[in-house]
Design a protein around this ligand. Structure first.
Ligand SMILES: C[S@@+](CC[C@H](N)C(=O)[O-])C[C@H]1O[C@@H](n2cnc3c(N)ncnc32)[C@H](O)[C@@H]1O
Length: 206
């Protein structure tokens, strides 16, 4: 698959610029339903550090999780390959302590900045070298910082995604503590029942 730089086509081959306008229509994307939004806010409060800090949201999309993190007092930097997604995220977080950049999640354009949390939802599985991306994200953390990775395996006929077992194996070389939280059983997060594998990993590398 060809990866084109500087446009909204992800490494998954999806034209995310074209998808941006309707992206928030899915309950777990736009978090428009107060019950769904509250469920994600509660999870995020558990996954993010108690003390407000700097969160790097990679593949941030329209900024729905970034908005929740900002609402909990964190300063957010969002990075997405799709300029259309970034434009929507900027709009959604206007007036908040947040900046959004167009760039590759695997090599975010953040220079020497370091973060308390690198947050990535539904993006890692699309990256061609997830092990390399994880190492790079670890290097973007301040001492004691954490990776919050929300991933899954979607579909039954031709499933796509990354199983929790594979992700934890990829994290093993980074050492430290890894907590896996299954999310499939909580229908409020998705706005419906789901029976595929969905989970979050909170990793505090050495
Ligand atoms: C399924 S959406 C998830 C958006 C957001 N993380 C969320 O959970 O609402 C995938 C997002 O990742 C972005 N993306 C895909 N590949 C990327 C890459 N290599 N670098 C940066 N963003 C990427 C897409 O543009 C899209 O906004």
């Amino acid at each position: 698959m060809t990866i084109r730089d500087g446009d909204g086509t992800g490494t998954d081959g999806v034209d995310w610029d074209a998808a941006a306008a309707s992206f928030d229509e899915e309950p777990d994307h736009g978090l428009r339903d107060p019950e769904v939004r509250a469920a994600w806010a509660e999870r995020l409060r558990d996954w993010l550090p108690e003390r407000a800090g700097d969160v790097l949201d990679l593949g941030c999309g329209t900024g729905s999780l970034a908005l929740l993190a900002a609402g909990q007092g964190h300063r957010v930097t969002g990075v997405d390959r799709s300029p259309a997604m970034v434009a929507l995220a900027r709009e959604k977080l206007a007036g908040r302590d947040a900046v959004f950049l167009v760039g590759d999640a695997a090599a975010p354009p953040v220079g020497e900045e370091r973060y308390d949390t690198v947050l990535v939802r539904h993006v890692l599985w699309t990256l061609p070298e997830p092990d390399r991306a994880l190492r790079h994200w670890r290097d973007l953390l301040r001492p004691g910082g954490r990776l919050v990775l929300v991933e899954g395996v979607w579909g039954t006929v031709s499933p796509v995604g990354i199983p929790a077992g594979r992700l934890t194996a990829l994290l093993a070389p980074l050492g430290g503590r890894v907590r896996v939280q299954p999310l499939s059983g909580d229908r409020t997060l998705w706005g419906r029942d789901v029976d595929d594998e969905r989970y979050a990993v909170v990793a505090v590398p050495d």
